[in-house]
Design a protein around this ligand. Structure first.
Ligand SMILES: NC(=O)c1ccc[n+]([C@@H]2O[C@H](COP(=O)([O-])OP(=O)(O)OC[C@H]3O[C@@H](n4cnc5c(N)ncnc54)[C@H](OP(=O)(O)O)[C@@H]3O)[C@@H](O)[C@H]2O)c1
Length: 339
């Protein structure tokens, strides 16, 4: 089978496309998945640049998010069957309940091998059925960004209709958070880097937008729009945004600590928000399954920015790195010669 591999974790250029034997016979509880699509996340860039100390595999098959078809199942497998369309979970050991340190933490495409390969043998517990109305490409967008957005919005405490949520940028996590927040009946204030991107976010459902480049003190605008601050802010910018996320949040509101696109914040001034801050680490399989029920019932379709063939993974990662995308970038495996 064809794979992508990095042996040095020294950036996108360290990736190479190679052949390796397909995985051998199945063990108890295992299934063989013919992968059909992957999607990429900012985290894949961090992993490939060697920026995550928890990633220690000497030879890494990258990318956490993949979807495909079950082509073989061990005799004792009951969760899925041959022919099922599935996505793989990000954290293989996290089935449900709160996160526990014993579960490790580097995730697929980091702590364990990723999805840029034509076939994967995984335990049945790692497979989640894709909602029936979604393609493999759409299903492959879900494991990291969508589950993170779902978890940030509602896994800690419920988001109630009429609550106001602050979202940042047109990336994968924030666009899923926009779609899910609207399902919950919440009001969304979305900040982005240009008036064109703000207009696109409005067309995707944002109630109000603020251009954070034109308004560097954008938290003032958010407070004015809300008469005192949002109920929940999903912070993806880290050092660049956390102070203003806090300043945008009402007294005793909440800030979900999700990303660090602007670097890791080392010191944070709480100001007068008294907001509760909570970290998000993607989510459990049960979060994934609860999210899929909502996606299936409401026929949500992930926003796909662009699609690339398997061999074009480096080009896809460069588009992600540019920040010019809006929504998810997908890798299609169907172009591979032997399919
Ligand atoms: N904790 C977790 O479990 C978890 C899970 C998934 C992702 N993450 C993290 O969440 C962040 C977002 O991930 P993603 O995959 O959604 O990223 P992404 O798709 O690459 O999002 C990039 C977009 O974010 C906006 N942006 C870029 N730099 C920014 C900054 N400094 N401040 C505010 N907005 C900025 C830009 O949109 P505009 O130009 O429209 O503003 C850009 O297009 C990353 O740091 C990622 O590592 C964490």
């Amino acid at each position: 089978m064809k794979i992508f591999i990095s042996r040095t974790l020294s950036g996108i250029d360290s990736l190479g496309m190679e052949e390796m034997p397909s995985p051998g016979p199945l063990g108890p509880g295992q299934v063989r998945i013919a992968l059909r699509s992957a999607s990429i996340n900012y985290r894949d860039l961090l992993v490939l640049s060697g920026a995550l100390p928890s990633v220690t595999l000497p030879e890494l098959i990258p990318c956490s998010d993949g979807a495909g078809e079950v082509v073989e199942a061990a005799a004792d497998v009951s969760r899925v069957k041959v022919g099922d369309r599935v996505a793989l979970t990000f954290n293989p050991d996290w089935i449900g309940g709160p996160w526990e340190p014993s579960r490790g933490g580097a995730g697929r495409g980091g702590g364990i091998q990723g999805v840029m390969r034509q076939e994967a043998v995984v335990h049945q517990e790692e497979a989640v059925l894709i909602p029936a109305h979604l393609s493999f490409a759409e299903g492959a967008t879900l494991p990291c960004a969508a589950v993170t957005a779902w978890h940030a919005l509602c896994a800690a405490k419920p988001l109630l209709p009429g609550m106001t949520v602050l979202l940042q940028g047109g990336g994968g996590v924030s666009l899923f958070a926009l779609q899910f927040a609207k399902l919950f009946g919440a009001r969304v204030i979305h900040v982005s880097s240009s008036s064109e991107r703000c207009a696109r976010l409005k067309s995707l459902g944002a109630d109000e937008t603020v251009d954070y480049r034109a308004n560097p003190q954008w938290s003032t605008a958010v407070r004015e729009l809300t008469g005192g601050g949002v109920d929940l802010a999903i912070d993806i910018g880290g050092a660049d945004t956390i102070e203003r996320s806090l300043a945008s949040t009402r007294m005793f509101g909440r800030v979900a600590l999700v990303g660090r696109l602007g670097g890791r914040a080392s010191v944070v001034s709480m100001g007068s928000s008294y907001a509760e801050m909570y970290p998000v680490a993607v989510g459990s399989r049960q979060d994934f399954e609860a999210m899929n029920r909502a996606i299936a019932f409401h026929k949500v379709r992930p926003v796909i920015d662009s699609r690339y063939e398997f061999a074009q993974l480096p080009a896809a990662l460069r588009r992600l790195e540019s920040g010019r995308h809006m929504g998810k970038i997908v890798i299609d495996f169907d172009s591979l010669a032997d399919r």
